[in-house]
Design a protein. Sequence first.
Length: 362
Amino acid sequence: MIRRILLVAGGTGGHVWPAIAFGDWVKRHHPEVHLGYLTGMRSLELEMYRSAGLDPHIISLEGSPLGAPRGQRLRRWRQQFQGLSQSAECFREERPDACVLFGGYLCFPSLLVAKMRGISALVHEQNAWAGKTARLASRMGVPVASGWDRCAPFAEGRFTPVGVPVRSFHLVSRQEAWQRLGLEGEAPSAPIVAVMAGSLASHPLFLQVQNLAREDAFASWTFLFLGASSCLDRQGNRILLPRRWDVEFLYSVADLAVLRAGASTLTEVRLAGLPALVVPWRHATGDHQRANALQFCRDNVGQIWDETTGTEEELATQLKRLEASRQEHPRSGRDMYNAAERISSDLWRVLIAPLGERRGLL
Ligand SMILES: CC(=O)N[C@H]1[C@@H](OP(=O)(O)OP(=O)(O)OC[C@H]2O[C@@H](n3ccc(=O)[nH]c3=O)[C@H](O)[C@@H]2O)O[C@H](CO)[C@@H](O)[C@@H]1O
């Protein structure tokens, strides 16, 4: 029986929210299980845990040494050793039966500590292209759960697709959501577009969509930019929303989404049933955002716009086309709560619960 689980995640919301979402599900469905959380020292990750009422263990890593600027590599390698002893300290305190690694730069020391202590471990890879931790873990015989049906470069059978655990949101009416976002008056009946650029809020995407929103053809539409900084202008049909964690109101009020292809946002948009224009971030490791976007568009109402080769006219045409398809096929996916619950439940049933019956996976 699994009695104590350590959830490890850090870096961006794309790693941290799946850990928090899965932890919340475990608390609701298996209250007898003790959960511990381990993260890094960046202010954004700490803000996310604290907004969820959690007080995680912290290891003092700034980022991965691999791919770090030349001048920082040595310091980061030193931090990895320090991270190893801090992770070991956390394992000693938490005494987990199992450890689930949701990714981010701080997973490597935890993977090693789990191996040294003979603790069952599992990696959840959110992306359709596996990162370094998942590939290394797989080579060490650690099971890998994935966010999508395909998880390159793994061959089928080397990973188990379960989806990305996301927070279980209840969608509300358009007008209630409008008010809960702090917006005045009646929610407009013309299309509302949610513009989401990941937890780090990709500025170039906001600027591209801002140009589009200024065109006459979109004058009656409303564009809500989540986490946009003040360098965008907030005139006319453009509304800047500060970074906020109650994104269910955005999903409730929006008709369409324009987004980066982070695995969690794509999953949330899918569960909310929003048609989406997906703009993969081209610098993502292994071009994983493009891999995510391709999988999303295969099964959902979505189109990819390539910011390196696509023109603004194409962006406008694709958005209009999405709106036309929304008119033809009314929105599905209002039961976002239960759809999200199923993903965490599958992760538990297929991979975590069996860890209790197997020993020495590492
Ligand atoms: C730039 C980058 O490398 N991004 C990667 C990062 O996630 P990144 O954090 O960029 O993106 P994701 O879409 O995966 O996750 C963002 C999460 O933060 C939430 N959110 C965001 C903004 C906000 O104001 N409020 C809020 O709650 C979203 O609802 C979502 O749950 O890790 C993911 C998982 O490996 C990858 O798929 C992304 O490609």
